[in-house]
Design a protein around this ligand. Structure first.
Ligand code: F6P
Length: 330
């Protein structure tokens, strides 16, 4: 965490970066309107870090944020910018920000986005306050990230539908949810959706576990089952699981990959509320001269967490939930 002289702060920039998440628009809206309320001008940087390099920077007014709170995606667009890994590109981005009179930034995104903001501070002293937004809920220092609740509910709605057809046909289904590096979505969807087994990077697929579980269910007359897996590093991983179940256990399983549907849709009340609170506080903290940090939720408190801490791997205590998944689906 660092401080800067915010006495003459007159203009800030806001951008979204990395994978989009439902609720990002509510976060942008809150940042813009809180800043304007505090007599600070706000510029939108479109397309994340790429937009800083390409000068896609435009003023935002109160009215630019009309009717966005309920919309999924991000009106500022987003992306992952390879060029930003190069020092020359970052120098150009910093110069463009200075030319536009932008003195500080609000970054709405995940750990990769915060790494970018951290380096902008270290190399060019551009102060940033982060707002954690990713459906994966994997930002260290915050129990919650914008988009997670909407994504879990989207996946859950799909599972409920799959359950209907699985039951009608006595089938085993493998449902793949998002989560490249972690299983927050998978475990919550698994528990709330009544899955028999859940797999994710921290708790990989185990053939014997599934065979034992499905057979035990069959013995008491259970004819359909749902397995949930996170996509992990390779989307389509559920097909590998299905193949193994067929080749090594003789089980036939249907696969349903939910994919990017989980990143879209109107944000839930929780996502809109947390997004609004994160961004409003982010603006206030910038105005107090704090930077190189993000706002996070710990228990019921909204707090500042340094980017150094935020970019560390978030510890994931899933064991209790996993046990519950197993007990409740026996
Ligand atoms: O936003 C996070 C995430 O949804 C991961 O769970 C997923 O693996 C990844 O993004 C996929 O992102 P993209 O297809 O945009 O590269």
């Amino acid at each position: 965490m660092n401080t800067f002289n915010a006495k003459n702060l007159k203009r800030i920039g806001v951008y979204t970066s990395g994978g989009d998440a439902p609720g990002m628009n509510a976060a942008i809206r809150a940042a813009v309107r809180m800043a304007i309320f505090k007599n600070i001008e706000v510029y939108g940087i479109f397309q994340g870090y790429q937009g800083m390099i390409d000068k896609q920077i435009k003023p935002l007014e109160l009215g630019s944020m009309a009717n966005v709170i309920q919309r999924g995606g991000t009106v500022l667009k987003s992306g992952r910018c390879k060029d930003f890994h190069m020092a020359e590109a970052r120098a150009l981005a910093a110069q463009n920000l200075k030319d536009a009179g932008i003195q500080a930034l609000i970054c709405i995104g995940g750990d990769g986005s915060f790494r970018g903001a951290k380096i902008l501070w270290e190399e060019h002293q551009i102060p940033t306050m982060g707002v954690p937004g990713t459906i994966d809920n994997d930002i260290n220092g915050s129990e919650y990230t914008i988009g997670f609740d909407t994504a879990v509910n989207t996946a859950l709605e799909a599972i409920d539908k799959i359950r209907d057809t699985a039951a009608s046909h006595d089938r085993l289904f493998i449902v793949e949810v998002m989560g490249r590096n972690t299983g927050y979505i998978a475990i919550e969807v698994g528990l709330a959706g009544g899955a028999e087994e859940v797999f994710f990077p921290e708790h990989p697929f185990d053939l014997q576990r599934v065979v034992n579980k499905v057979k035990k269910g069959m013995e008491r007359g259970k004819k359909s089952s749902i397995l949930v897996t996170a996509e992990g590093p390779t989307p389509g991983y559920a097909y590998e699981i299905a193949q193994k179940l067929k080749d090594e256990a003789g089980f036939s399983a249907k696969v349903c990959i939910l994919g990017h549907i989980q990143r879209g849709g109107s944000p839930t009340a929780l996502d809109r509320m947390v997004a609004s609170r994160f961004s409003a506080l982010a603006v206030e903290k910038l105005l107090q001269g704090h930077c190189n940090a993000m706002i996070g939720l710990q228990g019921t408190s909204y707090k500042m967490i340094s980017f150094d801490e935020a970019v560390q791997k978030k510890p994931f205590s899933y064991e209790e939930l996993l046990d519950l998944v197993n007990i409740l689906s026996q």
